[in-house]
Design a protein around this ligand. Structure first.
Ligand code: ZN
Length: 309
């Protein structure tokens, strides 16, 4: 969703909240004639101010109207309470209390608008809806025992650091067995980075290689550009793809190009160093050693532990 679309939604929400409040006021006025009388006088305030502005003692007049206005409001409040009705009964209820659904917080777009745009960015990044539930906040170290817990606490810190200081061109290699939280932490990073306004592409290695393969054989549209241009590329499950010499060449080209452009990359893999070296060759391996921070995930398969809970 673009900011303009989000603002349009906001303005519809604001209108709805205002209309509903007006309806509640109308219902009050119908039931309580004394409140209706007050509301009638309150509704004349702005036109009274306008005519007061034309009078000779303009300032004095306006102050008098303002005082009367405050008095009427306090009487109204008391009356409502005496009828057992909350004083804010017909105040508009906005979906965002910060901006009252105007979409602006006084200086710039309100965080509610940024969030509406971000949700869309999450989904277009390739992060599925399910992955959106995987955040730093709900990454639990309780599933890791003994030394693994210390190691994973360091891994978590490294990932949080990466997300917080994103923009420096740093890269991460997340390595370790299945079910140890690599996908969880990569999607947590992706969300934080998107929240900062960067573009993220999150894709499985197989999909990345398939896309290049399609271009190579002239099948379908070329959508590989995003792998080069996005601010953060996350390749999940590296090593599970059908491996050929071609995949190694594609990976080398991709890693190299992103490094040259100072664009960040996260590679997530079940493979250890030796296996990576064997599978992709020493050119990539030396790039990984030189330009990536390695996070080694350890412990027992968290998904199995959760199943047993
Ligand atoms: Zn807002």
């Amino acid at each position: 969703m673009t900011a303009a679309e989000a603002m349009q939604k906001k303005s519809a929400l604001r209108e709805k909240a205002l209309n509903e409040a007006l309806q509640r006021t109308a219902a009050l006025d119908e039931k309580y004639p004394d409140i209706a009388e007050i509301d009638k006088e309150l509704s004349l305030v702005s036109s009274r101010i306008v005519s007061a502005m034309r009078s000779e003692n303009c300032e004095e007049e306006i102050n008098r109207i303002k005082e009367r206005n405050l008095y009427l409001q306090s009487v109204r409040k008391e009356k409502l309470l005496s009828y057992g009705i909350p004083e804010d009964y017909d105040t508009p209820v906005f979906s965002c209390p910060v901006c009252g659904d105007t979409g602006y917080d006084g200086k710039t777009f309100c965080s509610c608008v940024i969030k509406m745009c971000a949700v869309d960015a999450y989904l277009s990044s390739g992060l599925g809806k399910a992955l959106l539930d995987q955040t730093f906040e709900n990454f639990s170290l309780k599933y890791y025992g003994g030394k693994s817990r210390d190691d994973m606490s360091d891994v978590l810190d490294t990932c949080i650091d990466f997300a917080q200081n994103f923009g420096t061109g740093a890269n991460l290699l997340l390595t370790g067995g299945t079910g140890l939280g690599k996908t969880h932490l990569s999607s947590a990073i992706a969300q934080k980075v998107i929240d900062k306004g960067y573009t993220v592409v999150y894709e499985s290695a197989q999909t990345v290689f398939d896309s290049y393969e399609s271009v190579r054989f002239g099948r379908g549209n070329d959508n590989t550009d995003k792998y080069i241009t996005c601010d953060l590329l996350i390749i999940d499950d590296l090593g599970t793809e059908f491996s050929t010499q071609y995949t190694a060449a594609v990976l080398y080209q991709l890693v190299n190009q992103r490094l040259v452009n100072g664009k960040s990359l996260i590679l997530s893999t079940n493979l250890g160093g030796k296996e990576l070296l064997k599978r992709y060759g020493d050119r990539i391996y030396s790039r990984l050693l030189g330009s990536f921070d390695t996070c080694v995930f350890s412990g027992n398969d968290v998904r199995l532990i959760k199943l047993g809970e």
